[in-house]
Design a protein around this ligand. Structure first.
Ligand SMILES: [Zn+2]
Length: 420
């Protein structure tokens, strides 16, 4: 037994690699992806929603209350969905939860009695949960790659579109693009900060199923970055936190349980130059986006930037990275621990770091792998090294089509999504 333990220790030790400091990085700070409704705008929207609800009830356009009682509480589906073709592992971080401490300012308590929430001197206690786009939030918002979808079946009782969506500040005037859904469970779901012009064409009074499109993630209203503020209210207008915990006696309402900390790698990618994550999508009045500098086809001798983004990363959670040649041999291998960055907090809801390597002149052509192992999960992103120049290789690939094999089955029948 003793020998077995020693052998195990050696085996574990053998998987630890030297830490290579990142060339650069970015973590989500307190002020990033924060929000607050403008009281006047929100009161007006609430009033319109209440009025529409009354009208819809009067004309019998909502399910009767006797049916509502039958709806289970754990019926909420995930309110975000990437568009078809989105090829990263994930696309979001979770920033702020509901503040259960009615005092303000500076008295905060999330559902676990932790502090991942906020309040303001104005008396606002954060009333929803914020899911932000990560790691290139403004680029992802402008590309429209993440949709907001209904979390539960219900009826649209209010919507407001056309409001500016790159404010980046709490200026006291910016109205948010917003959708209210009176759910069949009797709660009202409020989807806030949607992208300008992206709201569903369904009118007030229309029915939606769970998963139906409501709009795109945006940053309209008082919002410092693209995110969805998802809020639930009961029939009396009281805030409902869909997460159960020591500081929220209410039931967990998610169909799939969402942990308080959910450490994952969101993205792995390769780049021609260091990616630049921007704080605000406007500079000097002009719209700007994150400079991702994506590149997937390299030539021997090129500079290779590799980039990883995480959600809910904590000091001590080690990521093991490797870059593998086409034959599976190791080109580079290193470990990364957030603790190495000596940051003010041991935990961040969103983190991103990059490393720079020079591909040698004799780098073998073929499909390489950028691989990460984090919290027991393996993530792989492939890239190509081509002996012909990168532009020609990309052109050749586009002519062949990456789905060429899948799209030409032996039966000769075209598969869905394939040209005949
Ligand atoms: Zn919020």
């Amino acid at each position: 037994m003793r020998w077995a333990l020693i052998a195990l220790c050696i085996a574990v030790d053998a998987t630890a690699f030297a830490q290579t400091p990142p060339a650069g990085g970015h973590v989500t700070g307190d002020a990033d992806f924060a929000d607050a409704p403008v009281p006047r705008q929100r009161e007006q929207a609430d009033r319109r929603a209440a009025r529409n609800l009354k009208i819809l009830q009067r004309i019998g356009a909502l399910p009767p209350a006797s049916e509502l009682a039958q709806v289970p509480v754990n019926d909420l589906q995930w309110p975000l969905r990437p568009v078809p073709g989105f090829d990263q592992f994930d696309y979001h971080g979770t920033k702020y939860f509901v503040d259960h401490d009615p005092r303000y300012p500076g008295f905060v308590q999330d559902y676990t009695c932790g502090t991942r929430t906020y309040d303001l001197a104005s008396g606002y206690n954060h009333a929803g949960t914020d899911y932000y786009l990560w790691p290139f939030a403004w680029l992802m918002m402008d590309q429209g790659v993440v949709q907001v979808v209904a979390a539960a079946p219900g009826t649209i009782i209010e919507k407001d579109d056309g409001n500016f969506d790159r404010q980046c500040a709490f200026d006291g005037t910016s109205a948010a693009n917003i959708v209210y859904v009176r759910q069949d469970d009797g709660l009202t779901a409020i989807y806030m900060h949607l992208r300008k012009g992206s709201l569903t064409t369904l009118p007030v009074g229309a029915r939606v199923a769970a998963g139906d499109y409501l709009g795109l993630v945006g940053s309209s209203g008082q919002s410092t970055g693209p995110h969805l503020h998802f809020e639930l209210r009961d029939a009396n207008g009281a805030v409902v936190d869909p997460r159960h915990g020591e500081c929220n006696a209410g039931p967990d309402r998610w169909a799939v349980f969402q942990p308080y900390e959910d450490p994952h790698i969101d993205t792995l990618s390769t780049h021609s130059a260091e990616p630049d994550q921007i704080a605000c999508g406007v500079v000097n009045g002009a719209n700007v986006d994150d400079a991702a500098n994506y590149k997937s086809v390299f030539a021997p001798g090129d500079t290779l930037w590799v980039f990883a983004s995480w959600r809910d990363q904590r000091n001590g959670e080690v990521t093991n990275f490797s870059i593998l040649r086409p034959d599976g041999s190791i080109f580079e291998q290193w470990d990364f621990d957030l603790a190495s960055q000596n940051l003010p907090s041991p935990f961040y809801s969103g983190t991103a770091f990059d490393w720079q390597y020079a591909l040698p002149a004799n780098a073998p052509a073929g499909e390489w792998q950028f691989k990460a192992v984090f919290e027991g999960q393996t993530y792989v992103r492939t890239f190509e090294v081509s002996v012909i120049d990168a532009a020609s290789a990309a052109h050749a690939r586009s002519q062949i089509g990456t789905n060429a094999t899948r799209c030409r089955p032996a039966s000769g029948q075209a598969l869905p999504g394939c040209s005949p």
